[in-house]
Design a binder for this molecule. Sequence first.
Ligand code: ZN
Length: 167
Amino acid sequence: MSNRRMLLPIVVLVAAARVAGAAEQARVDVVEDLNLPSAARALLDSGGPAVHYNPLLIARLPSWLALFAMLHEEAHVHLGHPLQRADGVVDAGAPVADPVVRRGQEFAADCAAASRLEEQAPGVLAFIIAYFRGLGDERPSEALPAGTERARSLAGCVKSSIRRIAH
Ligand SMILES: [Zn+2]
């Protein structure tokens, strides 16, 4: 069945992410979500935080970028960053996050994802840094860093051997 074949790569990716994960890190639930407007996103489910992914959108990404996206979202959970609710309900009482703080959380999630990859797949990180650099200087929104900012941050938080590959 074509549907099953389409879903296989993400199963492999999730397994790879688990292997790459430090043993002491708690597992994060991974939820298939065909309504998700992005490839992957950490959200607050009724049962707690989970990484939602849209198999149709994540299948369009190169496998190295899909893996990084999953690890990045998982890092948001492990780092305890505030998450939007999966049911879309907005908590009116929640304080509006400062864009500088939000951008800092993106850098932190990138760094945590990179540290999961850097021992096992340093070449993948070079691809990721080059990919972000190629996205340019424009921020997608006030709360999200520009690609070049993410590339600079990533290059700064990985080992010097990877910085050499990436430059
Ligand atoms: Zn993020």
